[in-house]
Design a protein around this ligand. Sequence first.
Ligand code: 5AD
Ligand code: SF4
Length: 462
Amino acid sequence: MTTKKLYIRTYGCQMNVYDSARMADVLAPLGYVPTELPELADLILLNTCHIREKASEKVFSEVGRLRPLKQAAEAEGRRLLIAVAGCVAQAEGEEIQRRAPAVDIVLGPQTYHRLPELVRRAEGGERGRGLVDTDFPVESKFDFLPEEAEGRGPAAFLSVQEGCDKFCSFCVVPYTRGAEASRPAAQVLAEARRLVAGGALEITLLGQNVNAYHGEAPAQAAGGPASWNLARLVRALAELDGLERIRYTTSHPSDMDDELIAAHGEVAQLMPYLHLPVQSGSDRILAAMNRRHAADDYRRIVERLREARPDLALSSDFIVGFPGERDRDFAETLRLIGDVGYAQAYSFKYSPRPGTPAAGTAEQVPEPVKAERLAMLHQLLGAQQQAFNQATLGRRLPVLLERAAKHPGQLNGRSPYMQSVTVAAPDRLLGTVAEVEILESHPNSVKGRVVAAPQPAAASAA
Ligand code: 5AD
Ligand code: SF4
């Protein structure tokens, strides 16, 4: 089999990062090996995001930039295939091939197990609509994926749930990713075991609405419930030897059930950090967003989580300039942020998405108002993040060293609270959890020094 080169560019959320890795896995049997350089590629795959307008525009400009590469390859007598996958592919389907004829294959997020077949046909010279696959098939792609081609490093993602039935009025996810579906618990546990065997010390469970997880219970759990919730899954994962850290993202406040809150207090491996988007602090806007809870419900959930796990660090997403948002609504958002205190957060200007209910509402907020509110949010959330980082000064935290830092001789990792931590450390500490004293605090990161590190594997085996 000849070796061919695959270049993948991933946009958007961590679920796309996971999907990209799995698409590389399904293409490995066809002889595709990853490359970092698009110039060398035989297949370029753009895994796209449709969540906000800017995100989807990037796809068309990127395809435009790739066209000369395709022409250059053709001039050399080589075929360069371009595939667009992910949520823009799902939403725009044939429109992409029409607007961007350089694109050979269009593939939605639920059909990437069919990618090898599409690639084979494109390699054989087929063109056109037959290479657009944006079905929501009855079969689950997870039942057709090969085992991972290689380990995914010390901090791995594992997709457990996908799609969403919440229909927040601003959001495309229920349309692009489809109805909510959970993977069977046994399948998740098997993948987790393989990840740990491949060197993962941390697993982040992924789902658009991950705390709504309700996967089929493993067969040996006969007599127990027919399905497992996220708390049950987390407890089972915590029993895997060698798995030191568990995280999950993204959660919806109304699915934060008692068992999951209790798990935060009882499961040591569950890291004290939670991304729990609230979007707005105004009850009027929350209702218009169809979020299904009030601001005080969210405050109470946070209070209960912190009773269970007092050092829990929180993060959230916020949208400013949702249709109808007035100054007093925005003031409520600022008040909620002040009450909760975030370790980090993401904020976005509302972006009308075609086909979503809010996009058609009359009371769109003018751009300068959105910009002003976004700047205020950035300032407040930035100050909270800085205060959080400062509060860790002098503390000793276990840091999972995940990668080489920018400067030689330094490594980068994450604290339990998801802070980005840089330390001077030898490469042999990569993929280990070291105890780090935090010495410097910056707006988006901290620096420290290693005070205790695991022994090299050879020494500890002796
Ligand atoms: N406009 C702006 N932000 C949005 N998000 C989702 N849809 C939109 C939109 N139409 C944000 C939400 C969500 C995050 C992933 O993206 O805050 O939590
Ligand atoms: Fe979108 Fe999240 Fe709302 Fe689902 S819960 S519709 S993914 S914002």
